[in-house]
Design a protein around this ligand. Structure first.
Ligand SMILES: [Zn+2]
Length: 360
């Protein structure tokens, strides 16, 4: 049986569909099907496709994709080719219907380029979203597994240095700033302070950073490798507190990869996991069942907070319905995903909250 609830359409502001460029991992059609099954009314696609999403034609092609079960609202590149050197034609990309600007997958390391982008985005009333992780060559946070396998580590400062730079540019430019997939307690504290200061700063937590911790890693399994990496149990606890008090929204960072690029362990495998079809079940289990968050606030972190960073969020229509049935928790069966990719560490887990069809 179970109890059903209905909310305004859930939005995932961070998905990677590999279209164009890597159709074997995900197409717009398969990704949209996964999003629909996952209970989302709309998704924001990332522009790290091949070619990169730095053109009006790319944005229009994403928006015009026909016959899909969810609304696609593409983000567009901050810099031309996602190369970090020259700011893209933000004005034309905004006009074409981009949700916001991001070079996700890569940190925009040139401060002057980022300042120019945020100045121009502020004039457009658009948000800039940053993959706030200074490149350092590491593949995992310091933990027992990292030491056992002698893996190069990613320090907390790789994230906090990036967030500090971004917040200082937010203060100078007045541009809306969104920190993607935040992973450290220290980073969350910086976002809290910026929000208290009245700066237009938001951030997102992924289901995997909320559920998992590097302290629990036991095997050299690349299904636990992502960028930023899993934090330790204190980071995870702080992320949960910050979702509960409304500091953070949810986003999946759905990152499909073909098997070959995830088969070689932490050192050389690709970053990221697929998450669209498990996100609602995981975030409900973690935040409502374990942390005691009320269901309306949990839902707002999927529908209300994300709308703040999406330009033209009135394009998002439909209502998300969920069913909660503690007696019959639903088992994750990765082999039955609509996503074309299987890089997911949740196979066989059971969650009592599942999405029903989105109502138009
Ligand atoms: Zn990213």
């Amino acid at each position: 049986m179970g109890r059903t609830f209905e909310f305004p359409g859930f939005v995932d502001v961070h998905v990677h569909f590999r279209d164009p460029g890597l159709a074997a991992a995900e197409t717009t059609a398969s990704g949209a099907e996964a999003a629909g099954r996952g209970g989302f009314a709309a998704v924001v696609t990332m522009p790290n496709t091949n070619p990169a999403g730095d053109s009006v034609e790319w944005v229009r092609a994403q928006i015009d994709a026909a016959g899909l079960p969810v609304k696609i609202i593409p983000s567009a590149c901050i810099t031309k080719g996602r190369l970090g050197r020259e700011v893209a034609d933000l004005e034309a990309l905004a006009e074409a219907g981009a949700a916001f600007f991001t070079d996700d997958g890569t940190y925009v390391s040139d401060d002057k380029v980022m300042e120019e982008a945020m100045t121009r985005a502020a004039q457009l009333g658009m948000a800039v979203c940053d993959h706030a992780l200074v490149p350092c060559g590491g593949v995992i946070r310091d933990c027992a597994l990292a030491r056992r396998l002698s893996l190069p580590v990613i320090p907390v400062s790789a994230e906090t240095d990036a967030i500090a730079r971004d917040i200082s540019l937010c203060r100078v430019t007045g541009c809306r700033l969104h920190i993607q997939h935040i992973s450290t307690a220290a980073g969350v504290e910086m976002v809290r302070r910026a929000q208290r200061e009245g700066l237009p700063v938001t951030a997102e937590a992924t289901p995997h950073h909320l559920l998992l911790s590097c302290d629990d890693l036991a095997a050299d399994d690349a299904n636990f490798k992502m960028a930023p990496p899993l934090g330790n149990s204190e980071d995870r606890a702080e992320l949960r507190r910050a979702v509960k008090d409304g500091t953070l929204m949810f986003a999946t960072d759905h990152a499909p990869h073909p098997p070959a690029t995830k088969a070689s362990g932490f050192l050389t495998s690709a970053n990221g996991i697929v998450g669209l079809e498990t996100a609602i079940g995981i975030t409900y289990a973690v935040m409502v069942e374990e942390e005691g968050m009320d269901i309306d606030s949990w839902a707002k972190a999927w529908w209300e907070l994300p709308r703040w960073i999406v330009a033209g969020s009135e394009r998002i229509i439909g209502n998300t319905r969920i069913c909660i049935d503690e007696e019959n928790p639903q088992k994750v069966d990765v082999s039955r995903f609509a996503s074309l990719s299987r890089n997911c560490p949740y196979d066989g887990m059971r969650f009592s909250c599942r999405p029903l069809e989105v109502q138009p």
